[in-house]
Design a protein around this ligand. Structure first.
Ligand code: RIB
Length: 285
């Protein structure tokens, strides 16, 4: 079983479903509303756990009404929370609108995630003992860099999903072993991605393509499903990929594409992440 440590975000998602997004200045009636635990870090941690890995989460919730539920969603999924802190102030939240086509737009307010600035000795030990360190960019970039450098120094593979996309420092680029990006992120990051030995670009319903250190590319086709909501699909892809990375890119991509596709068939982020059984059933078809 792969051992994964996520250093990342956890948010409460405020999800509104609507047939059509309002234009600026327009008011429309929504079809539904739900509070769903999410955050790229938590989603990826749960996805890796459900895909079969042992997972620990290093992150922060606030001391508000959302904090306990956010913690519980990780505990219920079997993700280790001994390094989840509770910091004064609000938890992270994301305002999400899902339209009739299943496409989303998201505004994230970092809250406690933005205050995750210090990794203590216990965090660093957990990173050193893991097979894969999994990070995103919803926490301060300096924290990601500190975690990545420590991982590198202890032989832990560093997988970064540079989302929400932003400019990365040269030091951080140099510390990444594996990057998972969507097409938009790949276009924005451009040639900077060439510094990363292993790059996986997700292509939505068309699957994904892997580019290895030798430059050779390996495509994986999309898995056809009925799309309800794409929120968290990229996170599910990334978590499943991390869980199966040690089996080689071909197998890891198959797990990731299948898990990611299944995640689009339900509403919400953490609520749509498939179980290992569901992924295996679809994989075997
Ligand atoms: O990738 C989806 C996630 O992005 C949501 O769960 C939301 O919290 C934002 O972080």
């Amino acid at each position: 079983m792969a051992r994964i440590v996520v250093v990342g975000s956890i948010n409460m998602d405020l999800v509104t479903t609507v047939k059509r997004r309002p234009e600026p200045g327009e008011t429309v009636s929504g079809a539904g509303f739900a509070l769903v635990p999410g955050g790229k870090g938590a989603n990826q941690a749960i996805a890796a756990r459900r895909a079969g890995a042992e997972v620990g989460f290093i992150g922060a919730v606030g001391d508000d009404v959302f904090a306990d539920e956010l913690r519980h969603v990780l505990v219920d999924a079997g993700v280790g929370v001994s390094r989840l802190r509770r910091l004064p102030g609000p938890s992270g939240v994301a305002a999400i609108v899902v339209d009739g086509g299943g496409e989303n737009s998201i505004i994230v307010v970092g809250g406690a995630n933005s205050r995750l600035t210090v990794l203590d000795r216990g965090d660093l030990e957990a990173i050193a003992e893991a097979d894969v360190l999994l990070c995103q960019l919803e926490i301060p970039q300096q924290t990601v860099l500190n975690a990545a450098r420590h991982a590198r120094a202890h032989g832990t593979a560093v997988l970064l999903n540079p989302s929400p996309v932003q400019e990365l420092s040269d030091q951080l680029w140099a510390a990444i072993d594996i990057a998972v990006v969507n097409e938009g992120e790949a276009a924005q990051l451009g040639t900077a991605l060439d510094a990363v030995p292993n790059v996986i670009t997700t292509l939505g319903s068309d699957g994904a393509v892997y580019r290895g250190p030798d430059g050779i590319t390996l495509p994986h086709p999309g898995v056809r499903v009925e799309v309800v909501d794409t929120t968290g699909a990229g996170d599910t892809f990334t978590g499943a990929l991390a869980a199966h990375w040690d089996e080689g890119p071909e197998i890891a991509l198959a797990w990731a594409c299948t898990a990611g596709a299944l995640a689009t068939t339900k509403l919400g982020a953490s609520t749509s992440i498939p179980t290992r059984n569901a992924i295996e059933r679809l994989l075997s078809r």
